[in-house]
Design a protein around this ligand. Structure first.
Ligand code: CDP
Length: 573
């Protein structure tokens, strides 16, 4: 059966072993003995359509059309979990707070995170809740080893849970820019071997005040108050900032979260939905115990007459799919409500009905349209696509609210305070005022595994390489971007000159992210790739550009700063 499934899957994917492998190893349904019950994505799509039809009677046909050809790909947890007998969540993203700075608070977080990992969910938390190094603990005389000393423990936990549960536990640890241990947090992963805190991402929640102080070389106060003391340190903001830039240059972390932008532009900042942290890759800022399910429209699947002078993006089809995707993800909120690892997550999810619709395959779509990634035309096209997705999604959420009721925490006056909402066109705003089904709707995820499955470039990233060496199972393979095959099928003969990651000006990537952020109510996960020889000053300039241009966060990855997974090669003839 396994061999037969491989044959059918390879046939479906036109011989692409990587895609067939992702499908069979990660997403195809298996029985309790581990035998494959699905051999092609068509069977997966049918399982999903039947699943959604449990809450949306008669929706099967519509869902099948939406999923077909990978036009819309639900997040990995949905692909794996919907209609599966296994215990797992349908939500990729959770934010779990450490609720108090105490042994009890830490133990409780560990338990809640473990349960969430065990269900396949990713966890973000704020580690700056814990007191700094040297603060008094318990009885007089004992000093805390500090917030940063717990990071390794949290990270190891994520790694261990991965070893037992199939999917590695993914963890995000963030820190405020006023915690006295901030300098230690910044350096936490810069050890030469890059072996520390290997199973967690680190990000600093930077405020405008901090960045302004850094630019003005002003003093900056780090402080923390416990019931028995106040710890204060004054430092030079610029020194801390430069250490941050250096660490990111050296080891790709920490990333930055522009916290004021995240909070002021968030949609529902009221009624307990106020943003306090983020999920693993940062694309979903959330309230405590918040949960988000994800799904991505594959922009490449909406290009008509690809690689020809007549190539165009079918905006009408894209809008229709965005509406279908909102209905799909909203149905998952109900279908997944009994499958959250924690009761508090179920309560939070049903209160906000938060969903995260995004895109992937932007780079592929641009290549098909003949627009160089990073060019003005490419930016304009991408913005138009995201604007239309945003508006279609909001129309649909308003329509759903009419039929089924708005999300329980909805407050029209408070909702209209968000500058993001205020920027919606007038007729849509009138509908939004009457109710929205979802507190937040949009998010651009890394699409790590689902983009492999669909055979497109992840999220809004540029094409990394057209051909590369892939390491798998101790072997090295020569792999090719699926786009090359599509190009040849369309009659392409000469070598295409699509710009790849290292050829795209990194400042144009920041600009693209900032432009698209205007149309995404949550956030965007994106990593700017930089060549090895990039100077520190460039990293600093990129960070400041991202802040000034309106990104909600940024991460950079300089070649060689961490283990490399793939090696680009020059294109083959
Ligand atoms: O492609 P897929 O749906 O598997 O996930 P993704 O788009 O790469 O990641 C989206 C989110 O899923 C991340 O931001 C994490 O919150 C979560 N995730 C996780 O928990 N564990 C992983 N190994 C990968 C992603």
């Amino acid at each position: 059966r396994e061999e037969e499934a491989w044959r059918l899957a390879l046939d479906f994917f036109g011989g692409d072993e990587l895609r067939a492998g992702v499908f069979l190893n990660r997403y195809a349904l298996r029985d309790e003995e581990g035998r494959l019950l699905e051999a092609t994505p068509e069977e997966l799509w049918q399982r999903l359509a039947r699943g959604v039809a449990r809450v949306e009677r008669g929706a099967e046909g519509e869902v099948l059309r939406l999923l077909g050809d990978f036009r819309f790909v639900p997040g990995g947890r949905i692909l794996f979990g919907l209609g599966n007998w296994r215990r797992s969540t349908l939500f990729n993203c959770y934010f779990i707070p450490i609720r108090e700075d105490s042994v009890r608070g830490i133990a409780r977080f560990l338990e809640e995170a473990m349960r969430t990992f065990a269900y396949g969910g990713g966890v973000g938390t704020n580690a700056d809740v814990l007191r700094p190094q040297g603060a008094k603990v318990g009885n007089a005389g004992v000093e805390s080893s500090g917030a940063v000393s717990f990071l390794e423990l949290f990270s190891t936990l994520a790694g261990v849970m991965g070893a037992s549960g199939g999917r590695r536990g993914a963890l995000m640890l963030t820190f405020s820019d006023t915690h006295p241990d901030l300098p230690a947090f910044i350096e936490a992963k810069t050890d030469p071997e890059r072996r520390r805190i290997r199973h967690a991402n680190l990000s600093v929640r930077v405020t405008d005040a901090f960045l302004e102080a850094a630019l003005e070389d002003a003093p900056w106060t780090l402080s923390f108050t416990t019931p028995r003391e106040e710890i204060r340190k004054t430092v030079r903001a610029r020194e801390v900032w430069q250490a941050l830039v250096e660490a990111a240059w050296k080891s790709a972390e920490p990333g930055l979260l522009f916290w004021d932008r995240i909070r002021t532009w968030a949609t529902a900042q009221y009624g307990g939905l106020e943003v306090q942290g983020v999920n693993v890759c940062g694309e979903v800022p959330m309230e405590p115990y918040g949960a988000c399910n994800l799904g991505s429209l594959n922009l490449a699947a909406f290009v008509q007459a690809p690689f020809t002078p007549k190539a165009r993006l079918d905006f009408a089809a894209l809008e229709e799919a965005a509406m279908g995707a909102v209905r799909f993800l909203d149905a998952i909120v109900d279908l997944g409500k009994t499958r959250h690892p924690l009761r508090a997550q179920r309560v939070a999810s049903l209160r906000s009905r938060r969903i995260g619709l995004g895109v992937m395959g932007l780079a592929d779509a641009l290549a098909m349209l003949g627009l160089p990634y990073g060019s003005d035309e490419a930016l304009a096209l991408a913005e138009e696509a995201l604007r239309r997705i945003k508006e279609a999604a909001y129309w649909e959420s308003a329509r759903l609210a009419k039929g089924k009721g708005p999300f329980p925490a909805f407050d029209p006056r408070a909702h209209l305070q968000s500058p993001f909402i205020q920027a919606l066109p007038e007729p849509l705003l009138l509908q939004v005022e009457k109710g929205l089904r979802n507190a937040a709707l949009l998010s651009i995820a890394p699409t790590g595994s689902i983009s492999l499955l669909a055979g497109v470039t992840s999220g809004i990233e540029p094409i990394f390489a057209l051909t590369y060496l892939r390491h798998a199972g101790g072997q090295v393979y020569l792999a090719e971007h699926p786009l090359l095959k599509r190009y040849r099928q369309a009659g392409g003969k000469d070598l295409p000159d699509w710009p790849t990651a290292h050829q795209v000006d990194p400042f144009r990537r920041v600009r693209l992210q900032a432009v698209l952020q205007r149309h995404v109510d949550q956030s965007i996960s994106s990593t700017v790739n930089l060549p090895r020889e990039t100077p520190k000053e460039t990293v600093e300039k990129l960070f400041l550009a991202a802040w000034k241009e309106g990104c909600k966060g940024i991460t950079v990855f300089r070649e060689g700063s961490r283990e490399e997974v793939i090696e680009p090669l020059p294109p083959l003839g």
